[in-house]
Design a protein around this ligand. Structure first.
Ligand code: 13P
Length: 298
C-alpha cells in the first residue's frame, strides 16, 4: 500500500513530512505535522531529521530551505507554485523602495525568496497586524496581498500603508453574495474567513484568521455551525477535530489547483529519487533569513 511504502521510506531516509492545511486529506493524514505557514516555518527551523518533504506550494518549501539550510528539502511537484507570490518580483519591490525611501517593507510569507531578501520584515496571515503594529516607523510598504493589507490597515491605526495590488485567485472566487445566500439558509451559522478574501467578504465576517487560527476559533467557540471562507482543504481538519459541528464551504470554487498537485504518488516518488529538491542560493538565503528571523522573534 502507498501509505505503508511512504512510511517505510521516510524512516529509511530519516525524513519528516510537513503539510499545509490546504493539502489533500490523504496527504494531511500521512504528514507528521499539518499547519499554517507560521507553524510550518517554526517547525522547519527546528527539525532533527535530515530530510523535509514539504507538501505545500513553492514559497513554503523555499522558506523551509531558508530556515534549515543544512537539510534536504524535497518538494514533490515543482509546478506547485503560488500565483499570489508571483504577482511581485524583486525588481518591482526595489522600484517601490526607491519611490518610498523612508518606508519599511513588510512582505507576506507568500513571496519568492528574492522578494523576501528585499524586505525588512516577513509576516504571515497569523501575525500580519502584530508585525505592522510593532514597527515604529509610520510608512509601510505591504506586499503582495491587497486584502491582507486592507485587513491590517483596519486593525492597525496611525500607519500609512502602501499596498501592492496582488491577490490569491482561489480566495478571490469566494464572493460576498455566496456567503449572504448561505447565511440566509443557515441563519445560525457564523462566518469565518481567511484574510486573503475580498474586502467585501472580510467586512461581513464574524471572524478573520489564518488557517490554524480558523481551526482554533472553531474549536473554542460554542457555536455549532460555520460558513468557512477559505480553501476547501481546511474542511478536512475542521470536520475531523470537531465531529459535533457543521462546516459549510463558502464557495465550491475555493479549491487551489496548486495545493492539490501534491499527491501520495508524488511523495513516494520524491522519497525514492531524493528529488526534486528546493535549495535557495546562499547569497539570497542570507538576506531573506533576516526579515524572517525578525518575524519569528516577535
Ligand atoms: P495560512 O498561513 O493562513 O495557512 O495561509 C497560507 C496561504 O497561502 C493562504 O492562501
Amino acid at each position: 500500500m502507498l501509505q505503508e511504502k511512504i512510511k517505510e521510506l521516510k524512516k529509511k531516509r530519516n525524513a519528516i513530512i510537513l503539510a499545509h492545511n490546504y493539502q489533500l486529506s490523504e496527504v494531511q493524514e500521512i504528514a507528521d505535522f499539518t499547519g499554517d505557514s507560521l507553524e510550518l516555518a517554526r517547525i522547519a527551523s527546528n527539525v532533527k531529521e535530515d530530510v523535509i518533504v514539504f507538501c505545500g506550494v513553492h514559497f513554503m518549501a523555499e522558506t523551509a530551505s531558508i530556515l534549515a539550510p543544512n537539510k534536504i528539502i524535497l518538494f514533490p511537484d515543482m509546478n506547485a507554485g503560488c500565483p499570489l507570490a508571483n504577482t511581485i518580483t524583486a525588481q518591482d519591490l526595489r522600484d517601490l523602495k526607491e519611490k518610498y525611501k523612508d518606508a519599511i517593507v513588510v512582505s507576506y510569507v507568500n513571496t519568492t525568496a528574492e522578494v523576501k531578501a528585499e524586505s525588512d520584515y516577513i509576516c504571515t496571515s497569523a501575525n500580519a497586524a502584530l508585525v505592522v503594529e510593532k514597527i515604529p516607523e509610520k510608512r509601510i510598504i505591504f506586499v503582495p496581498d491587497r486584502n491582507l493589507g486592507y485587513y491590517v490597515s483596519k486593525k492597525v491605526k496611525n500607519k500609512e500603508m502602501i499596498i501592492w495590488d496582488g491577490f490569491c485567485p482561489t480566495h478571490q472566487r469566494i464572493l460576498p453574495q455566496d456567503i449572504i445566500r448561505l447565511k440566509e439558509e443557515h441563519k445560525d451559522a457564523k462566518i469565518v474567513v481567511h484574510p486573503e478574501c475580498r474586502k467585501e467578504v472580510l467586512d461581513i465576517a464574524d471572524e478573520i484568521a489564518s488557517t490554524s487560527g480558523i481551526l482554533r476559533f472553531c474549536k473554542e467557540d460554542t457555536n455549532k455551525k460555520y460558513i468557512i471562507g477559505t480553501e476547501a482543504g481546511l474542511l478536512y481538519r475542521l470536520r475531523k477535530e470537531n465531529p459535533g459541528k457543521e462546516f459549510i464551504l463558502a464557495s465550491p470554487l475555493a479549491v487551489c489547483p496548486n495545493m492539490k498537485k501534491i499527491t501520495l504518488e508524488k511523495i513516494l516518488c520524491t522519497l525514492e529519487n531524493m528529488e526534486p529538491q528546493v535549495k535557495v542560493p546562499e547569497t539570497i538565503r542570507e538576506k531573506a533569513l533576516k526579515p524572517i528571523e525578525r518575524m519569528l522573534s516577535l
